[in-house]
Design a protein around this ligand. Sequence first.
Ligand code: MIC
Ligand code: SF4
Length: 642
Amino acid sequence: MPTLTEKIIAAHLTDGEMVPGNEIGIRIDQTLTQDSTGTMAYLELEAMGIDRVKTERSVAYIDHNMLQSGPENFDDHLFIQSAAENFGITYSRPGNGICHQVHLENFGIPGKTLIGSDSHTPTGGGLGMLAIGAGGVDVAAAMAGRSYYITMPEVIEVRLTGKLRTGVSAKDIILYVLQQETVKGGVNKVYEYTGDGVATLSVPERATITNMGAELGATSSVFPSDDRTKVYMESMNRGDQWLPLAADDDAVYKKTVHVDLSSLEPMTACPHSPDKVVSVASIEGMKINQVAIGSCTNSSYLDLARCAAVLRGQKVAENVSLVISPGSRTILKQMASDGILSVFLEAGARILECGCGPCIGMGQAPNTDGVSLRTFNRNFFGRSGTKSASVYLVSPETAAVSAITGVLTNPAGNALLNDVTVPETYDRDDHLFIFPSDEKIGHTPLVKGPNIKGVPMGHPVPETFTGKVAAYLEDNITTDHIMPSNASLLPYRSNIPHLANYCLTPSDADFPKRCQEMTDAAPVIVAGENYGQGSSREHAALAPLYLGVKAVIAKSFARIHKANLINNAILPLTFKNPADYDDFSIGDVLVFDNLPAEVKARAVTVKNETTGKTYALELELGERQERLLLEGGLLTSIKNEK
Ligand code: MIC
Ligand code: SF4
């Protein structure tokens, strides 16, 4: 009867009952961090005072902060390397590739649990793992051997039937699912892929889908492990780690989404949200300025080989700048040896290093009012580095054909895409990994550059406090709004005092100043639906914490961000009556009373002194989360145990 998700959870359950909505604890087999969230995670791990990690495999990747325009990023790499060596973590040096792609190639194992301090960690679901994105401190706690806590998810079936037509690809499947389910449709859900269409998709194609399942707000997405999984693992010389895994035939799902692959067409997500999906055909002919191919969603060998099939012997249109970032060094080496790299160079592409690059605004910002087609997973406002730009998310096939024509072009039926093949085995070499060594574990001093400041600590929820509305925000505020990331801010991911000056500025330029000037009250954020969607960055909780924020009142929260707020003892409150949102304004004085008792009762009342009205607020929490709020957050509570 169980679904695949339930089987993996049951095999790892340490705490709680597997009833949807309950908080459960699971044992974590593997963790990953990347550099932009990793510095904090390793400072937190250091604060936890363990001698070595307790997981089967933990990996520290360097892939985001690789634009080294000052010493900060390189300093951070050295800190992460020293922490990896000291705590027994595998270190993936810069140049090795994007964490999710490299993890899939080298370490992913069907049936294992993986958490990562990056929201696209569910990429591992393409290999049949239960892979989940989490805040840095949760990843540190898992490395320290603690259970990871989630809300027991509802399991949604996505039944795939038929076979994709030429020119239609895995990206179009997930864009279609996003169109149906929206960016908030997946909160506390796992999407499990079934049906005879599954066997038509290779692991990298499945990984495109599970990767971008993050945009649904889902806890994770998962495919069964079958013969195609075996073929992929064998191609990476890891066939011995394969095992078959699937849901029972009579598994019961909360709901089923049907996708007929044969009738699907190329899709695109319009600015500024991954669920603003329309068919490419419906806006075909739109003039474009930039095409960017890569990111953890679409940088596999198959993706790039398909782009090469289209670009072979062609030239990039004069009005287009084409940039390509391969997902891993293994892929780049393969492209170099079989001629794909020369196809790109001949066509006029600009080749970037193997990393996140333009996806996180690390270079390649579009021109003013520019139109950029990207094979990435997020097109949130301003994320590209150019506020006036329009970013459309597309498949690699759509990107490649459009780069030649200079306008958005539908790749469906393009015969050049018919016979693209992938190698039977890849030349995967390990030498950019530094594997744990007993001589170094416990004997490596942590190397901290001047940019590495401390971790702000949370405080127990007070008995009573007076707050003031410091920001009043609309629906779907992303962590890119709360804690923007770009080439100038990413180097400060270990410097919260600096970052705090930019907190929420894309939505409200005065927010940091307003908070700093509030000497008589604590800042409170009021927001609409799905507050905090997107990235796992705990900085979106740490910067508000630093600015003194004690509560966020929203219509609803995204999963990871809510966990990050609780981990820092910031109250994530929801309106009992969502229409009450309309009554609030910036500057309203809010009085909270008797809080610990109200937190325990999951019912908080707030008096708005400015309007004179009292409002009922809710707090959906497990018992462990209640404790965290009352004890001052995860790190504070772990420190207090000692
Ligand atoms: C992203 O895609 O937004 C990031 C950058 O990879 C983030 C992590 C971060 O903010 O450092 C994510 O997805 O979690
Ligand atoms: Fe990197 Fe972009 Fe993937 Fe985030 S979404 S991990 S920035 S490639």
